[in-house]
Design a protein around this ligand. Structure first.
Ligand SMILES: [Ca+2]
Length: 483
């Protein structure tokens, strides 16, 4: 059990506190972990005893959201305190290093305040570690994984899953956690900020057979889904391409297998979290370390006929968010307030007595860490692309797309978001007041350079260079011959 520290720093530090008085931070991020964890009840069969014991030791948010339903923009928002519509980072294909100056990011801020800042695994998109943002960092080696005996194939189309024959020690996350445990066991002469980024349960859901065995296929329950659910959503919310995953899954008859594999990958990731928590409890830093655990975005497993993320619905945006702050949170705390992860930056600054940069305007969560049910006037915002965002506030989810089309859900009576109420005349006032909370302006998107587009660009550039080199050689040959 993690016990909220007796010697906690219940009275928050001033920005002028000595570095030595500041708390340590253990910052844990999981890739593509949605609400399918025990304490959130997103799937009745999810088994995450370690994340749940952390939640029981402190405070769990039950309505926490990613600032964007994709890895790159969500992580950029957490690490910069700037939401996508402020930074111009909306998609995975954008180069976040162009938009975020080194001096502005969360870990650079902690380094300036005298912290030793350590990072392991995937923290930023593409696992990029820049000088000035880390005192020391670690990237685990990738090892070849062998299919478990009896594994059929690598999944269904782009939805990749398969049990592997390797032991857990062969997975990169295991090495990430081992490196981090060594950091927790060290003595530190100044406060530390240790960021640990696990890559599971991101696809491929390729984890040892033993994790699959915990979820017998015959017992697997499919997530809630409704025929005709998309009949009342705008056309822009159901692009034909996005439906292909689900069509293939239905044709294959392997929906339950995919659900089993996601639960298995999550159980593996949870076990790694458990190793870290055990190490923290056994370390000398147990009483003066803040723990924050979050998922970078949600994930659809067939709800609304969708797979992956990239939507403004609950499944793609809801994430676990757990805090244990000695002297501030109390065991068993639960906050139902809707918040988004762009608040992590100001919250951690406030808890550590570090002044937040001027450009970070998102609200600190400290009032909710102290009183989980305190009144909260701030909306949780999530952005898909310029002009398209969702707001979660009170019992509502309101979505407006760039073409002006809308969705409105009453989560109190419709937790699966099956009935779009945007056209209800009696809710016009509600809709208007929610619309006011949406972003009023969108930053120009940062140029797309990474991902597939970037590869094509690179390929084009290589071909051009090769053609130029060939032309030069021919010219030289002609000169050589002709004299
Ligand atoms: Ca519907």
């Amino acid at each position: 059990m993690i016990i909220a520290g007796l010697v906690g720093f219940g009275s928050l530090l001033s920005p002028h506190a000595h570095a030595a008085d500041r708390p340590n931070v253990l910052f844990i991020v999981l890739d593509d972990l949605n609400g399918w964890v025990g304490h959130l009840g997103g799937h009745p069969q999810a088994r995450t005893p370690n994340i749940d014991r952390l939640a029981a030791a402190g405070l769990a948010f039950t309505s926490a959201y990613a600032p964007a339903p994709a890895c790159n923009p969500a992580r950029a928002a957490v690490m910069s305190g700037l939401r996508p519509f402020e930074s111009g980072l909306y998609w995975n294909e954008q180069d976040w290093t162009r938009a975020l100056g080194v001096e502005t990011t969360l870990t650079a801020r902690f380094i300036s305040a005298g912290y030793g800042v350590f990072g392991a695994g995937k923290i930023f998109h593409d696992s990029i570690f820049r000088d000035g943002e880390w005192t020391e960092h670690f990237l685990p080696p990738e090892r070849a994984l062998a299919a478990a005996p009896g594994a059929r194939d690598e999944g269904v189309g782009g939805i990749r899953f398969r049990p592997v024959a390797n032991p857990p020690q062969d997975l990169p996350d295991y090495a990430t956690v081992s490196w981090s445990i060594a950091k927790l066991q060290q003595r530190h002469d100044r406060p530390f900020f240790l960021a640990v980024g696990l890559t599971k349960p991101h696809m491929p859901w390729a984890v040892p057979q033993r994790y699959f065995d915990r979820f017998p296929l015959a017992s697997i329950e499919l997530p809630p889904h409704l025929d005709g659910d998309l009949d009342d959503v705008p056309a822009v919310a159901r692009p034909p391409r996005a439906a292909r995953d689900h069509e293939r899954i239905l044709r294959s008859g392997r929906w339950k297998e995919a659900v089993q594999a996601y639960l298995a990958a999550t159980a593996f990731a949870d076990e790694q979290v458990g190793r870290l928590l055990d190490a923290l409890e056994a370390s000398p830093h147990h009483d003066d370390t803040i723990v924050v655990l979050w998922g970078d975005n949600g994930f659809h497993l067939g709800e609304k006929g969708r797979w992956r993320k990239f939507t403004l619905w609950e499944e793609a945006t809801r994430v676990p968010l757990v805090w244990v702050v000695p002297g501030v949170t109390r065991p068993g705390g639960v906050s139902p307030r809707a918040v988004d992860l762009s608040s992590l930056y100001p919250t951690l600054c406030e808890l550590a007595g570090i002044e937040r940069p001027e450009q970070v305007r998102t609200p600190s969560l400290v009032p909710l860490l102290r009183s989980p049910e305190a009144a909260w006037e701030h909306p949780a915002l999530m952005t898909l692309e310029p002009g398209s965002s969702a707001v979660r506030f009170d019992r509502w989810r309101y979505i407006r797309y760039a073409d002006g089309s809308e969705e409105l859900y009453d989560r109190a009576s419709d937790p699966n978001e099956w009935r779009n109420l945007a056209a209800q005349p009696t809710l016009a006032g509600t809709r208007a007041s929610l619309a006011k909370r949406l972003p009023q302006a969108y930053a120009t998107p940062v140029a797309v350079t990474g991902g597939r587009d970037g590869l094509w660009f690179l390929l084009g550039a290589i071909l051009l260079l090769a053609a130029a080199a060939l032309a030069l050689r021919r010219m030289a040959q002609r000169r050589g011959r002709g004299g």
